[in-house]
Design a protein around this ligand. Structure first.
Ligand code: IMP
Ligand code: MG
Length: 191
């Protein structure tokens, strides 16, 4: 009896154009650490997690469930203006917060910081609204393309090299946000 060669079906999660960078287990372990740290540091604060749509939705869902504190969540959606391929740093608010953040201790929850232009502008906007404190939690930090080098990321999941990644909320042309892990897109022209 000869064994049939095993055929691995190509699916959305098992796709030859993707190379796993961070597994579900690595992600869960790191987020548990971040949650424990935030739980310690915000024990006597009035915490609001502000998720930046859409990329942060998965990170937000996991992060808030490992912060053992009284907290509220809110969301914003912003679009960064691009001048051709270059980000200009102008940010348009597409969906604003549903409640004021005056006197609150805000943590902005973002999927990835690349140039840092979007987040720098977002911090300026939220800073003008009288929050008690504003900090940043970014699931990924890609420092190489950073333009705003003075932007401080207070809570970072993972620092990665300058590759285009998808999954865990991050997309390529709207696709791949539902991957439960982070993958490098091997050939971005093939999306
Ligand atoms: P920046 O820091 O203003 O350049 O913008 C960061 C935003 O660009 C992120 O919130 C993502 O929406 C997007 N982005 C940057 N790098 C990647 C990537 O590798 N994969 C998917 N989206 C990315
Ligand atoms: Mg984003």
């Amino acid at each position: 009896m000869s064994a049939e060669p095993t055929k691995i079906a190509m699916t959305e999660f098992n796709n030859s154009n993707l190379e796993t960078l961070l597994t579900e287990e690595q992600i869960a372990d790191r987020i548990a650490e971040l949650g424990a740290q935030i739980t310690r540091e915000y024990a006597d604060k009035d915490l609001v997690l502000v998720g930046v749509l859409k990329g942060s939705c998965v990170f937000m869902a996991d992060l808030m469930r490992v912060i053992d504190l009284q907290l509220t969540i809110d969301f914003m959606s912003v679009s960064s203006y691009k001048d051709g391929m270059k980000t200009t740093g102008d940010v348009e608010i597409l969906k604003d917060l549903s409640k004021p953040i005056r006197e609150k201790d805000v943590i902005i929850v973002e999927d990835i910081v690349d140039t840092g232009l979007t987040l720098t502008r977002l911090v300026e906007i939220l800073d003008s609204r009288g929050a008690n404190s504003i900090k940043i939690a970014s699931f990924l930090d890609k420092p190489e393309p950073r333009i705003k080098t003075d932007l401080k990321i207070d809570y970072t999941g993972f620092v990665i090299e300058n590759k285009f990644v998808v999954g865990y909320g991050l997309d390529a042309a709207g696709r791949y946000r539902n991957l439960p892990f982070i993958a490098i897109v091997k050939n971005p022209d093939e999306i």
